[in-house]
Ligand binder design. Structure first.
Ligand code: HEM
Length: 404
């Protein structure tokens, strides 16, 4: 639990409080002022340094001496039973990380994603067509927020949408902070890897015009991609490509529809605001319940006046950085036409979110379609009754009941 009066220099138990909705524990605002680089005891693996200020998080994220890879394969202090860097690009050695990022980043450039936009809009409108046909009230998590990014990443990669229960089950286990034991997460990981191996083998025999086939070809050409790397990449993109965006989209809509719906009405009246509104919503809607992947210092470094010793772990609160009053005027308020918005919702530096252009396109398409087609949209339950997932690494609504 939070101890707002803990003495400076004391080790605090992390996470603070148990907020899983859109709010942050008040301890973050306090720490930004009094002790922005603070020692915390993590739920797994021991003590780490927690960074809460925008300037420190930004600087540290770009510093290669703070390495996710250095924490891989050890009991690194962390927020979840299984280190997040155990899947995908994040925990790879720096050389392999850079090589693989180069290989896949071509698929996620702003230009490539602009080409996908008509298809993203088509999927969005298809989901809204069936929502309208069935009538309200309806749950927007199951009817839009989850199926939209899931369908898009499946199509991009060439994974059948009908197999989504398999990667949903593993995603749920991997993203668990306290719902599953380490053994359960490991068993789910094994099942997921088996599925991916089988699917890659099938696709190798029957290539298609998709990212998975392109990656298999790159692997077969030799030297660029090992079998295990291919699995890690595809597995990571499949998970990163839907869970985060789904949580964001539902959280963003809930925030817009909350209170007296002024923000929603503002967006309906000024559709040109959608791109800047999405950036502002990304800033305010927290991704992680507490923190994302941990880093380990590979040598002594100084952050915010504190010396972090080689071998010590560091975690960042992106949500706290995104509400830093030194960077954002009126930081706690949603300002849909905020002019400068250097938020860190997609991270920074070598691990900057690969899928940021895709996520932005999906969020923008969804808000454009909803505000133009369903301007009377409103919550079907009182805001205070919305249920948020407990014990998960990323924040997310269990359901988003709406009507129109
Ligand atoms: C709104 C939705 C999303 C948010 C808020 C988000 C956020 C993030 C953040 C904060 C990181 C960096 C973590 C760190 O440095 O600690 C990250 C990395 C990553 N994201 Fe996203 N993400 C989103 C959507 C996506 C999508 C759609 C994809 C599609 C493939 C994706 C793929 C990745 C990958 C592969 C990485 C690891 C990059 C690396 O280690 O080089 N993300 N994301």
């Amino acid at each position: 639990m939070t101890c707002p009066h803990a003495a400076a220099g004391a080790v605090r138990t992390y996470p603070f409080g148990d907020r899983v909705d859109l709010e942050l524990d008040p301890a973050y605002a306090e720490l930004r002022k009094t002790e922005p680089v603070v020692r915390v005891r993590m739920p797994y693996g021991g003590e780490a340094w927690l960074l809460t200020r925008h300037a420190d998080v930004k600087k540290a994220s770009a510093d290669p001496r703070l390495s996710m890879h250095a924490g891989a394969d050890r009991d690194v202090p962390r927020a979840a039973p299984r280190a997040l860097d155990s899947v995908g690009l994040m925990g790879m050695p720096p050389e392999a990380h850079a090589r693989l990022r180069r290989l896949v980043s071509r698929a996620f450039t702003a230009r490539r994603v602009a080409g996908l936009r008509p298809r993203i809009a088509e999927i969005t409108h298809g989901l809204i067509d069936s929502l309208v046909a069935d009538g309200g009230p309806a749950d927007l998590v199951q009817r839009l927020a989850l199926p939209l990014p899931t369908a898009v990443i499946c199509e991009m990669l060439g994974i059948p949408h009908d197999d989504r229960h398999i990667f949903r089950a593993f995603t749920e286990a991997l993203m668990s902070a306290s719902r599953h034991t380490e053994e359960e997460v490991a068993a789910a990981a094994e099942e997921y890897a088996d599925y991916l191996r089988g699917y890659v083998a099938k696709r190798r025999e029957q290539p298609e015009d998709d990212l998975l086939s392109a990656l298999i070809e790159a692997q077969d050409e030799g030297g660029q991609l090992s079998g295990n790397e291919l699995l890690m990449l595809v597995g990571g993109m499949l998970i990163g490509g839907h869970e985060t965006t789904a949580g964001q989209l539902a959280g963003q809509i809930a925030l817009l529809l909350g209170g007296d719906r002024t923000h929603w009405e503002e967006l309906c009246a000024r559709p040109a605001l959608v791109p800047s509104a999405v950036e502002e919503l990304l800033r305010i809607v927290p991704l992680w319940s507490s923190v994302g992947p941990s880093r380990v210092a590979t040598e002594d470094i100084e952050i915010g006046g504190v010396t972090i010793r080689a071998g010590e772990a560091v975690v960042y609160s992106l949500a706290s950085a995104n509400r830093d009053e030194d960077v954002f005027e009126d930081a706690g308020s949603l300002v849909l036409d905020r002019a400068a918005n250097p938020h860190l919702a997609f991270g920074q530096g070598p691990h900057f979110c690969l899928g940021a252009p895709l996520a932005r396109a999906e969020l923008q398409c969804a808000l454009e379609a909803l505000t133009t087609r369903l301007p009377t949209l409103r919550l079907a339950v009182p805001e205070g009754e919305l249920a948020w997932h407990e014990g998960m690494l990323v924040r997310g609504l269990v359901e988003l009941p709406v009507t129109w």
